[in-house]
Write a protein that binds this ligand. Structure first.
Ligand code: KIV
Length: 272
């Protein structure tokens, strides 16, 4: 298997499948606004996910459930305006695709049309298959999401590792195969045992992107605010923080407050 990195002018759903074939790992990160998306895209992240984690990190909700379709479209269109290279995938939020396939298609179409996004992501397998089919039939690329699916948190009751038991692992493997067969272009596997994730990645031809699913998969995704250390209270084992931006930004802002209070800012060069 070759691991040569190919330069993609624009990452497409096809490039991702090629990356898997070539053994090139896929990098994916969330973004929810123009300024951050510009930085993430310039850093050559392959896939930008406008995740419904915006509900947590942008709006301060405890879960992803409250965010609306209109709010997701607002975030997605801000991201799209910043991006030149990455594939932009948008979460269809809770309540906008589970009740019936026609509603699912309407929601996906609104996201594509009103934001200019390149693909959508949905959580679940067999139980949402008619919705997935409907969206795919309209020519909209779909990314699946299995394992810990935060939109179902009240069913799970906890954010602990999923599919440790044989029955749930079996269903997850079947769901991954089903999503591949229906035509999904990739699947996110969240918080499941690394051994199971590797097995799934080896059993399908589409890329498997992990979050808390070990290193045997085809790529990794993290929430941008967690990677940068803007969030402080969320500390799962799988998270690697690359910065402590909460402290760094806090220091800069405190310095600004001091400079204003002491009349140090603005100085003679900083006025007209
Ligand atoms: O909403 C989100 O950020 C996600 C990722 C954690 C995969 O779904």
């Amino acid at each position: 298997m070759s691991t040569t990195k190919k330069e993609y002018k624009r990452v497409t759903v096809k490039s991702l499948v090629d990356m898997k074939k070539n053994g090139e790992k896929i990098s994916m990160l969330t973004a929810y606004d123009y300024s951050m998306a510009k930085i993430v895209d310039a850093a050559n992240v392959d896939v930008i996910l406008v995740g419904d984690s915006a509900s947590n990190v942008m709006a301060g909700h405890e879960t992803t459930l409250p965010i609306t379709l209109d709010q997701m479209i607002y975030h997605a269109s801000s991201v799209i305006r910043a991006v030149y290279r990455a594939l932009v995938v948008v979460d269809i939020p809770f309540g906008s695709y589970q009740s019936d396939p026609k509603e699912a298609l309407r929601s996906a179409i609104r996201i594509m049309k009103e934001s200019g996004a390149h693909a959508v992501k949905v959580e679940g397998g067999h139980e949402i298959k008619e919705s997935v089919k409907r969206i795919l039939n309209a020519g909209i690329p779909v990314m699946g999401h299995l394992g810990l699916t935060p939109q179902s948190i009240y069913k799970f009751g906890t954010y602990t590792v999923r599919a440790k038991e044989e029955e749930e692992a079996r269903k997850l493997k079947e769901d991954a195969k089903l999503l591949e067969k229906m035509g999904c272009f990739a699947i996110v596997l969240e918080k499941i045992p690394a051994k199971l994730a590797k097995e799934v990645a080896e059993s399908v031809s589409i890329p498997i992107i992990g979050i808390g699913a070990g290193n045997g998969v085809d790529g990794q995704v993290l929430v941008l605010h967690d990677l940068l250390g803007i969030t402080q209270e969320f500390n799962p084992r799988f998270l690697r923080r690359y910065l402590n931006l909460f402290d760094e930004m806090g220091k800069a802002i405190s310095q600004y407050v001091d400079d204003v209070k002491t009349s140090d800012f603005p100085n003679d060069d900083e006025q007209y």
